[in-house]
Each structure stands twice: as C-alpha cells, then as structure tokens.
Design a protein around this ligand. Structure first.
Ligand SMILES: [Zn+2]
Ligand SMILES: [Zn+2]
Length: 508
C-alpha cells in the first residue's frame, strides 16, 4: 500500500524539452527579463509569518542557475502527434464571448468573495493535512459552499474527506464541473499550494451560480472536494466511482513557480508509481554473513542500475525513487528493503516502456543477491489533455482582462487530473505565484509563497478567468460544440495512449 510520505504527482516546475512552445506569449511577456538572484535587487519584499521574504520573478527553470535562460533551453523538438492539437494561437480568437453584464456579474461576485476566500486559504495553511486526512479542509469548505446556497454532500463517494456541492437553475442545461484540492505534504505543509486550488474552485462555483441566477440561464455547477493528489490519485478513485459522469466539462488550476503574472496551458507528464519489496535472509553480519541474503544490497544494486539506465533515457523522461527499510542494523544482514520509484514521460506509451526497463533493474538485483522481489504497479497518472478551445478562451480572458501573460510550457510533474482529462473536456492552467530562488513546488519556501497576498491575488485572477470560461460552456451552445469537437479529435489522436485506469494495477 502507498505510504503517506510518497509524492507521486504534482508540480516541480520542470519544463519539458519538447513542450517549450511560447507562441502564445504576449509582447509584455517577451520583454520580461530573466534575472539572476544577484540582479534582483529591486524585487518586492513581503513579510510572511514574521519573516522578511524576498520575492522575485522566478523562472520555472530554478534548478539550474547558469547563464541566461535563453542560452540553455534546448531547442524544442517537434511535438508528438498526440499533442499537436493542444497548441494554438490566442491571437486567432476574435469572438466576443460573454456579454458585458454577465462578465460583470462574475467578476463582482469573485471580488465580493475575496476576503472570505483569503480566510479559508489561511485556515488551510494553518492546518495542513496529509492524504485522506483532510478533515479540517473538508469541513470548512463544505460549510462555505452550504453557506452560499449549494446542496452539499459530505464524505462523498465513500471517501471520508471527499465532498460534493451542486447548484442548478432550470432544467436541460449543461453541467460544469470544478475541482478543489486539499492535501498537503509531510513536514512542509502546503508546499504545493493546494490551499489556493481549494479556494479557487469554491470561488469559480459560487461566481457561476451567481451568474446563472442573475441572468436566468439554465445549467448546473458541481464542485468536487478531491482527496489526495500527492500520493494516491483521489480523482482516479472518484472517476471510477462515477463522480465525473454528469459533467460536460471540468476545470481546475494549480499554482507554480514562474514569471510573475504568467499562466501556462501546457501539459504534464504521464507517471507510474511502483512499490518494490525485496525479501532476503537475516544473518550476523560478522559471525555468519554467508548465511544471509542481503535485501539492502538488492536495493542498492537496483538504485545503481537505474542510475546507469538514466543515461540512455530521453531528457524529458524522469525516473526517481527512494530506499527504505525496517529494523536495519549495521551488525545484521538486512532481510528487507523497499524502494518506491516513479517513472514519468510526456507520453503514456513511452512511460510504460521505461517502466518496463526499470522493472528489469529490480529483477536483475533480485537475481544478483538471491532475494525475492515483489513489484506493485499503482494506477498511472495520465498526461494532461488540455482542451484547446477552453484553453484559448481562458488565455484570452487572462490576457485581455487580467493582464496576464500566457504560454504553453509544460511541466515535468504529473497530476491525477490527467485521467479526468481523458474522460471529459478539461482545462488545468498552471499559474505563477511569486517564489524565492530555488523555492518551487514541494519546498518549504513554496509553502511560504502560497501564504502571500500576491499568491492570493494571482489566484483570484485565475479564478475569474476560469469562471468566465466555464460560464461560456453553460451559456453558449456553439462554443460547447467546439469544445466537444476538440475533445473528440484529441481522443482520436491519443488512441493507443489510453488505458483503463486499473489495467496497470498488478502485483508481481
Ligand atoms: Zn500540487
Ligand atoms: Zn505537489
């Protein structure tokens, strides 16, 4: 079974070599210089929890601070065919979209909600909760939705910390889905900013309700409070329980490092988590080592073999893992070891090929040491299929109304929302919040960044942009037809890359 300190998904800020397409970047973005820490003397400062926090316009590529950014980004390859339809030019969008009065209703409602949402976010920051333990977040978010007139279901779909809230006007309308994430990371709290995702989802849902009511438009909005994303794929469980069945479209967002005011509609990687248990034989390490079978050796040989394999992998493939053991002592041959490894690749097919080669390393280590090995493959996270019509609409709003820059840089991280994006048209923008140098997602610094007013302000902009995009789905039949057509084309292009969620759940 997965352990709570395993982080399978989420956002590391690693941009993919073959997804670095900046065709949608606005003129203002291209003028934004990349600055090294030494050059950033004029950057704003913010006091968080009594600590004077230096905020900088931090690059996604924070892990390799050499030279100018332009000097070391690899030239993008031709994107794989399955992702071709994900790229688009925002400049091509010429339609008017929603009427001014509807836009005003949505934006005004988000502004009204702003202080309440900030309070919810801060409460979550003060009570970070791990996988399947999001009880506090569950309660405050459900209470918020109930207070705003939604019909709520606590402990939804048999999961204690999942919840659902819905509001509908009239009959026969379309159904918009929204997600709120809640889980934090062991020891470092909300270092992935899921507090911001939670409040954004609530803000989108309530703003859409306000517009449905004010403008007498039939439709329904459903918001799901989704338990863990960092370890087990909570959304995959909810998918299998039919939680997304009624939705025509689903939206959510995620904070990340990046240029201030920027937002990406890029994709994420497909990932596979595997748990590997070696069983050997204990023996006195000095008196009778020949009687033992060393399970720690099996783990170390696996680790080394995978490190060697890594040289033969493409630059945008990621293989990373840890070694753990029970009751190890230096004077005893260890009879057990566990490795947790995660394999990621832009394509699910390629990811499975790499996973197979990694599996060979474990089997070789078992053979070399005489240990037995059990390999458990978890349900994979799929790569994210960003609906191009939804993406274009959101990018148009983000740029024209909220002065954000938009681009298509992908992330080396993974999300269980990728699996949702294979079922219904979906959008999951990745937006920048101010970060400290080398303080991207999954660092203690990112938890501090997720607490800042600047991060909240960025979240409110994205919330408005997604609410406008979602409302158009409900209100504009021709727009929704376009969304569906794009989805169907994407699914045809992804044929072969798709697997049933449980197909890889094996224990060998
Ligand atoms: Zn995350
Ligand atoms: Zn994360």
């Amino acid at each position: 079974m997965p352990r709570s300190n395993i982080q399978a998904g989420c956002f590391s800020g690693l941009s993919l070599r073959n997804l670095l397409h900046r065709r949608c970047q606005s003129v203002s973005s291209s003028k934004e210089p990349f600055r090294t820490p030494a050059e950033s003397k004029d950057i704003p400062r913010s006091v968080v929890g009594g600590v004077d926090l230096e905020l900088k316009h931090h690059s996604n590529h924070h892990g390799a601070c050499f030279g100018a950014q332009e000097d070391w980004i690899l030239e993008p390859d031709t994107p794989p065919s399955y992702s071709a339809s994900s790229f688009y030019e925002v400049e091509d969008v010429k339609d008017a979209g929603l009427s001014a009065d509807i836009i005003q209703t949505i934006e005004k409602k988000v502004d009204e909600l702003n202080p309440e949402l900030r309070e919810l976010s801060q409460e979550m920051l003060g009570h970070p909760e791990l996988a399947f333990e999001e009880y506090f977040a569950h309660d405050i978010l459900v209470n918020f939705m109930a207070k705003h007139g939604f019909q709520v279901t606590r402990n939804y779909a048999g999961l204690e910390t999942a919840w659902r809230a819905e509001y509908s006007v009239g009959t026969g309308g379309r159904v918009l889905g929204v997600n709120s994430e809640m889980d934090a990371l062991p020891g470092i709290g909300h270092a992935c900013g899921h507090n911001l995702i939670a409040i954004s989802g609530c803000g989108i849902a309530v703003a859409i309700k306000a517009a449905l009511v004010a403008h007498c438009i039939p439709g329904k909005v459903i918001i799901l409070g989704t338990p863990p994303e960092e370890s087990v794929g909570g959304k995959i469980i909810l998918l299998e329980k039919g939680a997304y069945k009624e939705m025509d479209v689903c939206l959510m967002s995620h904070p990340s490092a990046g240029a201030i005011g920027s937002v990406s509609n890029g994709t994420t990687t497909s990932s596979q988590t595997m748990y590997v248990d070696f069983t050997g034989k204990a023996a006195h390490a000095a008196a009778a080592p020949w009687e033992g079978k060393n399970a720690l050796d099996a783990a170390v040989i696996s680790y080394s073999a995978i490190s060697a394999l890594r040289q033969q992998l493409k630059p945008d493939v990621r293989v990373h893992g840890i070694i753990e053991g029970k009751n190890w002592r230096a004077n005893t041959i260890p009879d057990n070891s566990r490795l947790t490894y995660i394999v990621r690749s832009p394509s699910k097919v390629e990811m499975m090929e790499v996973a197979s080669r990694v599996t060979g390393c474990f089997e070789a280590a078992a053979s070399a040491t005489g240990c037995t090995v059990k390999i458990a493959m978890m349900s994979p996270y799929f790569d994210l299929v960003q609906n191009s019509v939804l993406g274009r609409e959101f990018a148009k709003n983000a740029r024209c109304r909220y002065d954000m820059t938009t681009h298509m840089a992908g992330s080396g991280a993974s999300t269980d929302f990728g699996n949702v994006s294979y079922e219904i048209p979906s959008l999951h923008p990745l937006y920048a919040i101010p970060t400290e140098p080398n303080g991207g997602n999954h660092t203690p610094a990112f938890a501090r960044s997720a607490a800042t007013q600047e991060a909240h302000d960025a979240t409110m902009k994205v919330t408005k942009g997604l609410a406008l995009t979602g409302f158009r789905v409900l209100h504009d039949a021709a727009f929704f037809t376009e969304v569906k057509t794009a989805f169907e084309n994407d699914m045809k292009a992804h044929a072969g890359n798709r697997r049933h969620h449980n197909e890889c759940l094996i224990a060998a």
